[in-house]
Design a protein around this ligand. Structure first.
Ligand code: CNA
Length: 256
């Protein structure tokens, strides 16, 4: 369903009026950069693997068979080297520079908001930029863990021989920065929920902390289990980059 010009004007006036904007982003903001999401039409969950794809990021499965995850992770790290932020990432950086966007809470682990120049980003599912030995806690920087991941089937700790795991939050692990995320979202008078199916908790529960208006931009279904459709002030079912391109015709932010 394509949005119309009236929708663009409505969203533009909500953005202009808001003094404090927060964003909750999901995998959909990075698909045009070339990183597949989980549940979209070309998502990882639609592909054929030797195991059910849901188990790739499952901590119990990882503990039993880390090799499968690292096979997947090697390809992800290689792909990440090639990708650039999307128009949506860069639009959000411009909105932060302009002053009204106070924080981005992201479920993504690709660091593309940082790469686009956004400053106040909370990566609630962690990221690939640091790894930690599961046995002794020794920390590894990106370069070292990258090299070890490429060279070893399962990267092992130089100090104790334990398995080194990237600081990505797996299903079954605690998310990061939850209180800070709730605080940014509850103080915002406008929340933009972007490119998320809103199915993964507790991230999907965060919009319910919002006391202001909520705009949801997502191509395809968004779960109503954690955010009631009645609570959404504006729902755009369309492509993010296209939508923010059209929105910026009204806002005239300088996108770098
Ligand atoms: P999801 O459940 O895969 O949902 C993504 C949503 O975005 C789907 O509804 C898509 O239809 C929609 N979408 C995809 N492309 C576009 C587009 N161009 N414009 C508009 N909408 C689009 O992903 P969620 O983020 O909701 O689920 C959370 C998971 C996904 C987190 O645990 C992430 O770590 C995980 N994830 C992250 C990445 C990444 O870092 N880029 C990639 C894949 C999965």
């Amino acid at each position: 369903m394509k949005y119309n010009h009236e929708t663009i004007l409505k969203c533009a006036s909500m953005v202009k009026e808001a003094e404090s904007i927060a964003v909750l982003s999901g995998a959909g903001v990075s698909t045009s950069s070339g990183i597949p999401d989980f549940r979209g039409p070309n998502g990882i969950y639609r592909r054929k693997y030797d195991i059910e794809p849901e188990r790739i990021f499952d901590i119990d499965f990882f503990s039993r068979d880390p090799a499968f995850f690292f096979k997947f992770h090697r390809e992800f790290l290689k792909a990440l080297k090639e990708v650039s932020p999307s128009y949506t990432h860069r639009f959000l950086t411009a909105l932060e520079r302009e002053g009204s966007l106070k924080g981005i809470v992201t479920q993504n682990i690709d660091a593309l908001h940082h790469k686009a120049g956004s400053k106040n980003v909370l990566e609630i599912h962690g990221g690939v930029w640091k790894s930690t030995c599961l046995s002794c806690g020794k920390s590894y920087d990106y370069e070292t863990s990258w090299k070890k991941t490429m060279e070893e089937e399962i990267p092992h700790c130089e100090k104790c021989g334990g398995v080194i795991k990237p600081d990505i939050v797996f299903f079954g692990e605690d998310v990061k920065h939850l209180e800070e995320s709730r605080s940014i979202i509850s103080q915002a008078d406008l929340l933009l929920v972007l490119g998320s199916s809103l199915t993964v908790v507790p991230a999907a529960l965060l919009p319910s902390c919002c006391n202001g208006k909520i705009v949801v931009v997502n191509k395809g279904d968004v779960s109503g289990a954690y955010l009631s459709p009645n609570r959404i002030d504006l729902r755009i079912d369309g492509d993010l980059d296209e939508f923010f391109g059209d929105l910026n015709e009204e806002l005239n932010l300088t996108i770098q």
